[in-house]
Design a protein around this ligand. Structure first.
Ligand code: HEM
Length: 421
């Protein structure tokens, strides 16, 4: 198919296109989308393993994200490769480790409970925008360390405006058209980015002189205290770029995954009621399995991209430098040889068999694996626990929601419409 037609289909129905292509062409095939070079889609777990464990100098992930540079800055983990990527990643890893994660639980639970109590009962209500409000507040509390007080509202509002810009075609189309360099001078863009930068700059400056830095466990405080290998602190620009990156990478994704979890559960009342019973009994195995199954069946992101800096051999193919190898999350998650009855929502499947490193890949893999994977799953678990414990949730329409593309995420088309009681 000509590139513009492939692009048009991809932008509306990426999962359908992947499934149809595999059906017609087999597990490995090429696509040509927008201005991207050729993509070789791979869906065989052995090949995916080779990609994720391959030399990061050969499999570049940051290069393909350069369009994000004017938004997130030149230090953003998402846009870097090689040594620069590893050095930022090392600084960002400690705040996402187990011990730290437990420290975020209280804030997550508090914000989730407060938000859920505000939701109206007895009327049709769209959960996805509310999930977004909740995940934004959770990031503000745990990442920025801003949980209340007079600073919360301006920060929340300016970040909201910034995030909305990223999913609004009126901004995204000029962004793509102008390219990463000229977009900087586009006034509506400039205004939002500058406002966010000023507010974040103020938080960083305050934290640098805070007397209680040692006791604080928000990620901003940890980054202020972090040191590069040569002992130097992170610059304001580095911290700014990474905070924005965590916000952009962690906010809409988690809200969308939560929306899908509810969307699937309410259409399987037996599973919802098992989840409610197990949560009430203080068990978390079914909760974990529900989250894993949601991320399998409705992955928020359907592919990850690695651009080759050198020619490689992969699964019997000779692939030249410059080409992108693209593990398809969607295809491997729907492979019937790995997951019997792959289109069914069956959390039980993960009670017996834990997810495999190269067959369950909603968070990608290797040295680029999602930094917030544990954070997101903990947040999902807490929000689901709070929600099923506090409310009865029913769909307004028995028909499943189809997916719809919002920027790079696949979201429920009707925004997870429910009636709560
Ligand atoms: C359910 C929610 C989420 C999903 C489905 C998700 C998915 C992903 C995926 C697919 C990648 C690319 C991995 C690769 O290329 O192999 C990624 C990268 C990343 N994610 Fe997440 N993510 C989620 C939540 C979060 C959260 C909560 C945070 C932080 C608070 C976060 C921070 C990041 C960062 C910083 C990267 C870039 C890692 C790097 O390039 O080294 N994500 N995520």
């Amino acid at each position: 198919m000509p590139r513009p037609i492939q692009t048009a289909i991809w932008s509306r129905q990426a999962q359908w296109m992947l499934t149809q292509s595999r059906r017609r062409l087999g597990p490995t095939f090429t696509l040509q989308i927008a201005y991207e070079g050729k993509w070789v889609i791979v869906s065989d777990p052995e090949m995916i393993k080779q990609v994720f464990t391959g030399d990061p100098k050969v499999f570049h992930a940051g290069e393909g994200n350069e369009i994000l540079r004017p938004l997130l800055g030149k230090f953003s983990l998402l846009t870097l490769d090689d040594g620069a990527h590893m050095s930022q990643r090392k600084l960002l890893l400690p705040p996402f480790h187990g011990r730290r994660m437990a420290g975020y639980e209280e804030s997550m639970r508090e914000i989730a409970g407060r938000e859920i109590e505000r939701w109206p009962t007895g009327v049709p209500y769209q959960l996805r925008p509310r999930m977004q409000a909740m995940t934004l507040d959770i990031i503000l509390a745990t990442v920025f360390g801003v949980e209340g007080g007079e600073r919360l509202s301006p920060l929340r509002e300016s970040l909201r405006a910034f995030l909305d810009m990223l999913t609004d075609p009126r901004f995204i189309v000029p962004l793509l058209g102008l390219g990463p360099d000229r977009i900087r001078s586009f006034p509506p863009f400039r205004r939002r980015v500058d406002r966010v930068a000023a507010l974040i700059g103020r938080e960083i400056a305050d934290r640098r002189v805070a007397g209680d830095l040692e006791e604080r466990d928000d990620i901003l405080s940890l980054l202020v205290a972090a040191r590069h290998e040569d002992g130097s602190p992170m610059s304001d620009a580095e911290i700014h770029d990474e905070l924005l990156t965590l916000l952009v990478a962690g906010h809409e994704t988690t809200a969308t995954a939560l929306s899908w979890a509810i969307e699937r559960l309410i259409r399987h009342p037996d599973k919802l009621s098992r989840l409610r019973d197990e949560v009430a009994a203080g068990e978390d195995a079914y909760l974990t399995a529900t989250i894993q199954e949601t991320l399998r069946l409705r992955p928020v992101i359907v592919i990850v991209i690695r651009r080759l800096t050198e020619a490689i051999k992969l699964g019997g193919y000779d692939l030249p430098a410059g080409l992108s190898v693209v593990p398809s999350i969607h295809l491997v998650h729907r492979d019937p040889t790995i997951y019997p009855e792959p289109d069914r929502f069956l959390p039980e499947r993960f009670l017996e068999t834990p997810p495999g490193t190269y067959t369950w890949i909603p968070f990608g893999g290797g040295v680029r694996r999602c930094l917030g994977a544990a954070f997101a799953q903990q947040e999902m678990a807490i929000v689901l626990e709070e929600l099923v414990a506090r409310r009865v949730i029913e769909p307004t329409d028995p028909a499943p929601e189809r997916n719809m593309r919002r920027a790079i995420t696949e979201t429920p088309r009707r925004n997870t419409e429910v009636v709560l009681s």
